[in-house]
Design a protein around this ligand. Structure first.
Ligand SMILES: *Cc1c(COP(=O)(O)O)cnc(C)c1O
Length: 406
């Protein structure tokens, strides 16, 4: 298969590995193949040293201590460990959790699971720009609230929450603050302790590292947070996550974290220019809408609705050439509109007509030129074929039409 012409603008789904990451990993599949828990020989020591070093690299990226990093299989597991682990550990204090409707499924479904075993969960609505209202958060606090969980940046829109504002409210109420920071870590500064985040989930494969390895940050001082292990076994990761460590994956994660720390600022500057150009050109088309707060947004993401154009259909006009995601079918085989966009108040039609463009470290200016051309042509083509677009152009008020009963 020849993928060379396929333009990849779906970096929020996963990123390719940086070649420097793969180079760092390779020895740990071969000559340095030891188990990091083997204390009796050179192979084990070498693996353990490599894991220690990677732990430092990851900790440094988020302004944490080495011992505050627990390696997991990814952000899904980290979210489960954080939320279930706090719920069980702090059961005596309360059973109430606050989160938002626009969180990732790994947070929402974990909360739904806990509701079946006695948790009370408040799912806050977000505002039209995707931001959590601090007033709503303050109002939702109860004496039994033990955990607040909000993502740092949204995977579909790139909207960045007011993390400091949220952290201050949590601090005032003495409630733990967890963040699914998967989309933010390695791309913008995410200094957990400085902001006041007590637990933080993230994953290597969204920051140019390998799939299947992630981390949970757990604050060890002010406050000292504890979570109940969700995996029983050999007591790895100071008892919080048993299972033989994925040494090559962790080494790659460490390298990815180091590269991100050193290159984040320049990557963000370059990508935001490309993203802004893509967005400016595409919003020249009639009847488009950028979804999410443009002043508090990841530098490499734009989510655009092309009114009266069905996103999945639009993608078919160019999906041999550009890989993106639409506001449909994100979580299932059925064409449900994105619950994130619907949660921001978009109608089903606008949600279905949206496309997420997420650029990455390896996106080039030439690819953006090409993408602008292909998407604009696709939108124009779809609209030429669309009777609804024709009616709209004829000045028919589509909201007043009485469609035949079905
Ligand atoms: C990708 C993603 C996850 C899941 O991460 P995995 O490492 O694939 O389990 C969780 N939360 C957010 C916001 C994500 O974007």
């Amino acid at each position: 298969m020849n993928n060379r012409r396929l333009i990849y603008l779906d970096n929020n789904s996963t990123t390719p590995c940086d070649p420097r990451v793969v180079d760092a990993m390779i020895p740990y599949f071969y000559e340095k193949h030891g188990n990091a828990a083997s204390r009796s020989h050179q192979f084990g020591w070498e693996a353990e040293d490599a894991v220690d070093y990677a732990r430092e690299q990851v900790a440094q990226l988020i302004g944490a201590e080495d011992k505050e990093i627990i390696f997991t299989s990814g952000a899904t597991e980290s979210n489960n460990l954080a939320i279930k682990g706090v719920f069980e550990m702090y059961a005596k204090k309360g059973n109430h959790i606050i989160t938002a409707e626009t969180e990732h499924k790994a947070v929402l479904d974990t909360c739904k699971h806990l509701e079946k075993v006695g948790a009370e969960v408040t799912y806050l609505k977000v505002q039209e720009d995707g931001m959590v209202s601090l007033t709503d958060l303050e109002a939702a606090m109860r004496p039994t609230t033990i955990l607040v969980s909000f993502m740092w940046a949204n995977n579909e829109t790139g909207v960045i929450q007011d993390m400091k504002g949220i952290a201050d409210i949590c601090e005032k109420h003495g409630v733990l603050f967890h963040s699914d920071a998967t989309q933010a870590v390695g791309k913008i500064p995410t200094l957990a302790r400085e902001i006041g985040v007590h637990l933080m989930s993230f994953t290597a494969h969204k920051m140019y590292g390998p799939k299947g390895v992630g981390a949970l940050y757990v604050s060890r001082k002010n406050p000292r947070v504890k979570v109940t292990a969700q995996m029983d076994g050999g007591g790895h990761e100071r008892g919080m996550r048993s299972g033989t460590l994925n040494v090559p994956g962790i080494v790659g994660f460490g390298k990815a974290a180091e590269i991100a720390r050193l290159e984040m600022a320049q990557d963000a500057e370059r990508l935001s220019k490309m993203r802004d150009r893509l967005q400016a050109e595409l919003t020249q088309l009639e009847e488009t809408k950028v979804n999410g707060n443009e002043n508090s947004r990841m530098p490499h993401v734009t989510n655009i609705s092309f009114k009266h154009v069905e996103g999945e259909g639009l993608m078919m006009t160019f999906n041999q050439s550009i890989a993106v995601s639409s506001g449909s079918a994100c979580t299932s085989a059925s064409l449900e509109p994105s619950y994130v966009l619907v949660g921001m108040g978009l109608g089903d039609d606008l949600a279905h007509s949206s496309i997420r463009f997420s650029l990455g470290r390896f996106t080039s200016d030439e690819e953006i030129d090409e993408a602008i051309k292909l998407v604009a042509n696709g939108v124009n083509h779809m609209r030429e074929l669309s009777p609804i677009w024709e009616m709209y152009k004829d000045g028919v008020d589509l909201t007043k039409i009485e469609w035949a009963a079905h």
